[in-house]
Design a protein around this ligand. Structure first.
Ligand code: SF4
Ligand code: FE
Length: 488
């Protein structure tokens, strides 16, 4: 069953989340003005699945259910599926201009699917079959899954089991006949309050002493023992004000939450790794490759909106034809398309796992994400350059609507004669929101640290590169090693 956007939003009301925002428990979080835009962004993933023109991108047939399912809950069964995923994410980015959150679950699902298979092959466990059953349930109900990987980590120089406080990485505190109990916290959980389920995964390589930390499992987001603390975004309280201009992107937004897991019980049928330290890093790296591929979609799509906003501001300011403006817009297009090209390239170069689903090329996925740690900054810089200083000095919508002040603003903040001042005002607000972090959570910082900080990609890029071969190539051409005989 493919839920509609409306059905999805209603389904969230049936959850009993223990969610806090600005120091207060939120009872009706679905209609909360700060939270609702992030729900709308996820709802777009449900809307697209019902659009005939997006059927190929947004849905696929599931081998588990034999039915059409939403791509955000699906396995990648070919390189075409990987390509369609990235194209879907670009369109989602274009239509929401923010993080639409549901990709983390999709990427976690695919990483856990192949890892559980290989774990069972080696250890004779039954994780894969359990995982398939759980995934079937997710697909049949069309549920939204939050991929929960990032632990709070404490002292970054210490392994999980070496921390002064043992709870700084999620771990098993009890193994019972009917299941396990887990404790810890997951940070920056994208869209968790908009999800029905959390897929808990380990966050790094584990050693022998870290056995209790090698845990993968699924829990409902309203399970007993969970506390969610909603993350701040700059200018978030603008959403509490009247009007729709100052927020920049009124309908959509991202969501990041600190999730506390205080002795949460997980029945065995929902446990997909329990102490297999040798598979922790495989799961982490496969997930990371997927999510670094993902950025080749969403960040290009969000970039498209920013480029459109910058070009519009140039129009409104009457400078669109200036050579330097055209040059800057051209540069912005180049940056967004390079991001997308990397996302597509790693998808086309994907490979089949033993379980049968597909992974993007690891090296190219990491190159994609490393570009994303830089290019959105440059895109924002250029958009700010084109927009002008008014970007950070605009009066409020309240001033604009004021019977006396409004007339001044209308008159003095006008650009070209045929564009209403309000349009200029709205476009500036959009660029402000995208650039300064109100809606994404920031096109910039999220691009830097989401899916892993730049050093993580550099390490993977180095590891995935055959440097001895490159050096051999150089030695041959330089004549240090025997030159290739072109006639031979
Ligand atoms: Fe999806 Fe991008 Fe948000 Fe990750 S950052 S969840 S890929 S929209
Ligand atoms: Fe992200």
């Amino acid at each position: 069953m493919l839920m509609t956007a409306g059905e999805y939003i209603e389904s969230l009301r049936r959850l009993n989340l223990n969610l806090y925002l600005l120091g207060e428990k939120v009872e009706n979080w679905v209609d909360h003005p700060i939270i609702r835009p992030s729900i709308n962004a996820v709802a777009m993933t449900y809307k697209l699945a019902h659009e005939p023109e997006n059927e190929t991108l947004a849905t696929t047939n599931s081998p588990l259910t034999g039915q059409k399912v939403n791509r955000f809950a699906a396995l990648f069964q070919s390189t075409d599926d990987l390509v369609n995923k990235v194209k879907l994410q670009r369109q989602m980015g274009q239509r929401t201009a923010c993080c639409f959150q549901r990709c983390v679950g999709m990427d976690g699902i695919n990483a856990a699917y192949s890892t559980t298979y290989e774990m069972d092959q080696k250890h004779g466990t039954e994780y894969h079959q359990r995982f398939r059953e759980w995934l079937k349930y997710i697909q049949e109900k069309d549920l939204c899954v939050c991929g929960a990987m990032t632990d709070v980590k404490g002292d970054r120089g210490l392994a999980p089991s070496e921390q002064v406080d043992p709870d700084l990485f999620v771990h098993i505190t009890e193994r019972r006949k009917d299941g396990i109990v887990i404790r810890g916290a997951k940070a920056h959980q994208t869209g968790v309050a908009n999800s029905h389920e959390m897929l808990i995964m380990p966050t790094l390589r584990m050693r022998e002493a870290d056995k209790d930390y090698a845990v993968t499992c699924a829990i409902p987001t309203d399970a007993e023992g969970i506390t969610m603390i909603y993350g701040r975004q700059s200018c978030d309280t603008r959403k509490l004000e009247e009007g729709d201009i100052d927020v920049g992107n009124y309908s959509f937004g991202g969501q990041e939450v600190l999730v506390i897991l205080d002795d949460v019980f997980v029945p065995w049928e929902r446990v997909f790794m329990c102490g297999e330290i040798d598979f922790s890093i495989m799961l982490v790296e496969r997930f990371a490759a997927y999510h670094r591929q993902s950025y080749g979609g969403c960040k290009a799509g969000i970039g498209d909106v920013l480029i459109g906003a910058a070009a519009s501001m140039a129009d409104y300011n009457g400078v669109r034809r200036a050579a330097h403006i055209r040059d800057k817009l051209g540069e912005m297009i180049h940056l967004a398309e390079t991001i997308h090209a990397c996302g597509l390239a790693c998808s086309y170069q994907g490979w089949r796992t033993e379980a049968g689903n597909y992974q993007p090329d690891t090296l190219l996925a990491n190159v994609c994400k490393l570009n994303v740690t830089r290019f959105p900054y440059e895109l924002c810089r250029l958009a700010e350059d084109i927009a002008g200083g008014l970007l950070v000095t605009t009066p409020s919508e309240k001033d604009f609507r004021h019977p006396v002040l409004g007339k001044y603003i209308e008159k003095y903040l006008k650009g070209v004669a045929d564009v209403p001042t309000e349009a200029r005002f709205r476009m500036l607000s959009l660029i402000h929101a995208m650039s300064f972090g109100q809606i994404a959570p920031s096109y910039r910082t999220e691009s830097m640290h989401g899916a892993g900080s730049p050093q993580a990609q550099k390490i993977m890029i180095e590891r995935e590169t055959d440097m001895p071969r490159k050096q051999e190539l150089a030695r041959i051409i330089a004549g240090i090693d025997e030159r290739e005989d072109i006639l031979g």
